[in-house]
Design a protein around this ligand. Structure first.
Ligand code: R5P
Length: 285
């Protein structure tokens, strides 16, 4: 079977190169331009007629989400066979249900659009697994094994989840590293003050990794790191799959006591020390 060409968008060029190497697939020739008003121009120069393809682009910021949809349509218009869409970061996934009447479930709306010119869909570490039910042929894969491999180099002694709901991810990383795990519990001290501490484990003298799916403003991790340092943690490492790193997030976390910030390349940044290519390849296989 001929390898499936990868039609990659501008937000996932690095990941596309790594993935192409990993699965031994060619990269399709794609021209992408941003107009001054922020609109996106897409042209697929490679011949795709009759070929099954992977269309890959992360969906942050909003223009890249539109770009992914244009690439899907371009592959369809170009006569591609099966189209597998890979959105390494699934934007708008934190609104995964209607918490209040009238709220629009953005994760579901995106799923509807992702499905238009696509036969199957894959993403990495979605915020909530149940959003995959919004689409036929959707699957997710975790980059936690790759993150854990990188954490091993830091000599991590224990892994913490930022809250109880995120414990599975911390458990998986801890299991891969052969170290204990726990989650952070929040206690409200006053209207403005919140304390965070591991539920059971002690951190004195330890190298502690906090692992989250998304780091956005870095506020959660900065608060946690400050508390952990006050409790005597030797080093605090912040790890995530999707590093949005908004408005000074890395500086905020470092000021809070984080010694090292690392993320995957589902959103490409200077902190993308871990490639999600192996994880995406697992999903495609
Ligand atoms: C929340 O639901 C996510 O899993 C992350 O914990 C959250 O996005 C982190 O936000 P921030 O970095 O702004 O504290």
């Amino acid at each position: 079977m001929a390898p499936w060409p990868i039609v990659a968008g501008s937000a996932s060029r690095r990941l596309a190169r790594e993935l192409a190497e990993e699965i031994q697939a060619p990269l399709a020739e794609v021209e992408i331009k941003d107009f001054p008003d922020g609109e996106v121009y897409v042209r697929i120069a490679s011949e795709l007629a009759g070929r099954d393809v992977v269309v890959l682009n992360t969906t942050y910021p909003n223009a890249r989400l539109v770009e992914l949809m244009l690439l899907q349509a371009g592959a369809r218009n170009g006569g591609a066979g099966r189209i597998v869409t890979v959105a390494p970061y699934y934007a708008y996934s934190r609104q995964d249900m209607a918490f209040k009447p009238g709220e629009v479930v953005s994760a579901e709306v995106l799923a509807r659009h992702f499905s238009l010119d696509s036969d199957a869909f894959a993403t990495v570490d979605p915020h909530k697994e149940h959003i995959l039910k919004f689409m036929k042929g959707a699957r997710s894969v975790s980059a936690v094994p790759e993150i854990a491999e990188r954490l091993r180099l830091d000599g991590v002694d224990l892994v913490l989840a930022p809250d109880k709901g995120a414990r599975d991810r911390a458990e998986a990383a801890a299991h891969a590293l052969g170290v204990p795990h726990d989650h952070l519990e929040k206690t409200r001290i006053s209207g403005t003050e919140v304390r965070m501490a591991p539920k059971e484990l002690r951190v004195e003298g330890k190298v502690v990794a906090i692992i989250d799916d998304i780091i956005s403003t870095g506020g959660t991790i900065a608060t946690a790191a400050g508390e952990l340092k006050r409790m005597g943690a030797r080093r605090v490492i912040a790890a995530c799959t999707h590093g949005l790193f908004l408005s000074g997030a890395i500086e905020r976390m470092k000021a809070g006591g984080v010694d090292h910030v690392l993320a995957t390349d589902t959103i490409e940044s200077a902190a993308s020390e871990v490639s999600a290519a192996k994880a995406v390849a697992r999903a495609l296989r």
